[in-house]
Write a protein that binds this ligand. Structure first.
Ligand SMILES: [Fe+2]
Ligand SMILES: [Fe+2]
Length: 460
């Protein structure tokens, strides 16, 4: 087959600046935000300028959350960028997601001269017309109800753009008719000797092991659906939504693989896009490219984004100490009794203590190089790593050894906590926490994936 190359980006969350994004209420909102808001127009412009000039591929996949939060004006601004890129010769395929529409106007927000207000929203049924020129119109199969489609990317590669933006009991899901449709389309593609590349906004495999325990993160019956995809010949899917960078693999009982390549949002740390090469029927080469610098009042755009991430974590932890109820609202914790007290004490402790002191209290060895690091900075760095991928808190590193020894110290408690993993089996919390802070498996940025046979690819 002929090689095929394309770019993947996700979660552009374009916001129309003129709709309003400044003032006291805006600052309050941004207190706990990981992603940019006022900056999104500028960031997207620089990403699209880059893509216009990028000559390694002429196809771009965009995996949803196109608008900031369903504002009509934001879609209009984003569509201008899409048409401009299209006129430069690129073919663009999008899926939409639940930040792209709202059921009612009150669910949108912006911050104008008179404070917070709701700009005009976008209805879900408007998205098809709006984005007809970016995937839907080119489809060889299309389902108007769930806004999923199949498109031919080249003679040998077929895209399945899957949408599960609707929710049941608070979770995104694929309904039964949709599963039948996916099965039928996958079968057809295989009969036509096509390599299938899928795209969906919502991750199918947990981006990091800990995400598998946080219920709202995954779609309903994610393990079952992942198995369904792999066993029906869909072995690779590009996703977004979590604003994290990861590559994960599932091997089903039948020996079929599914790779989920989750890419970070272009408007939040870690801001990357992917360059993908389908080398042959079974080999896909994934590379990551940092998003280009954007026009803003900063000398270092990358640092600007990672500082924004850090500020969110630091604000949550310091608010646990200083404004516990505000932090609880952010964390979705309602109980105001003992939990509030525990959170305040934990906040005070993390803000005050150094890593060396913490290690001494727990009889853990700690390398001199990190003894004077604040526990607050250690925690922030660890959490950022979970989203950035290729997490560095691994065995044999000063920070990783403290983490692993701490887990060993508390393992007698972890073992007693009876929680089920996403596959329905008892979760091994020690393993989950170790592998969430340290990446021991596939490189989350650059990897060559073997998709067609059932055998595992060897990784270093
Ligand atoms: Fe998003
Ligand atoms: Fe999302």
């Amino acid at each position: 087959m002929k090689q095929l190359k394309f770019y993947v980006m996700t979660d552009p969350h374009f916001f129309d600046t003129a709709s309003g994004c400044s003032g006291k209420e805006y600052e309050d909102f941004m207190h706990y935000e990981q992603k940019c808001f006022a900056e999104t127009e500028s960031i997207n412009k620089s990403v699209f300028e880059f893509l216009k000039k990028a000559d390694e591929a002429d196809i771009v996949l965009i995996a949803g959350d196109l608008a900031f939060n369903g504002e009509k004006k934001s879609h209009e601004g984003f569509l201008k960028l899409l048409y401009d890129l299209k006129s430069s010769g690129k073919k663009i395929y999008v899926v939409t997601a639940d930040h792209d529409f709202k059921w009612k106007r009150e669910d949108t927000f912006a911050f104008g001269e008179n404070g917070r207000y709701s700009p005009e929203h976008t209805e879900r049924n408007e998205l098809l017309t709006m984005y007809r020129d970016f995937g839907f119109g080119d489809a060889i199969a299309f389902d108007e109800e769930h806004l999923s489609y199949v498109a031919q990317l080249s003679d040998d590669v077929r895209l399945m753009a899957l949408n599960c933006d609707l929710k049941k009991d608070g979770k995104h899901y694929f309904f039964d008719e949709q599963l039948e449709w996916i099965k039928e389309q996958a079968k057809k593609a295989q009969e036509d000797n096509q390599t299938i590349v899928a795209m969906c906004h919502y991750p199918i495999l947990p981006g990091q092991p800990l995400f598998s325990l946080i219920s709202p993160i995954l779609i309903r019956d994610a393990y079952k659906f992942a198995t369904f995809l792999a066993d029906n010949g869909i072995h690779i899917i590009f996703t977004g939504h979590m604003h994290n960078q990861s590559i994960n693999e599932l091997v089903t009982e039948k020996g079929n693989k599914l790779y989920d390549i989750t890419t970070g949002s272009v408007i939040a740390d870690p801001a990357f896009i992917r360059h993908v090469s389908v080398l042959d029927e079974k080999t896909i080469d994934i590379k990551s490219i940092p998003t280009p610098d954007f026009e803003w009042d900063t000398d270092d755009c990358k640092k600007y984004l990672s500082d924004m991430f850090d500020r969110m974590i630091i604000n949550i932890i310091t608010d646990m100490r200083d404004d516990t109820e505000r932090a609880m609202r952010k964390l979705g914790i309602k109980d105001k009794g003992i939990t509030k007290k525990v959170l305040r004490i934990a906040g005070k402790f993390i803000c005050k203590v150094k890593v060396g002191t913490l290690a001494r209290l727990l009889f853990i060895k700690c390398d001199n190089s990190i003894k004077n690091m604040r526990a607050l900075d250690y925690a922030t760095d660890l959490v950022r790593g979970v989203f950035e991928g290729n997490q560095s808190y691994t065995e044999g590193t000063p920070k990783g050894d403290v983490w692993i020894n701490l887990l060993k110290r508390i393992n007698f408690i972890l073992k007693r906590i009876d929680v089920k993993g996403w596959d329905g089996k008892k979760a091994d919390l020690y393993h989950i926490l170790k592998h969430t802070a340290g990446n021991y498996e596939i490189d989350d940025y650059n990897a060559i994936l073997t998709i067609a046979d059932g055998s595992r690819t060897p990784y270093a």
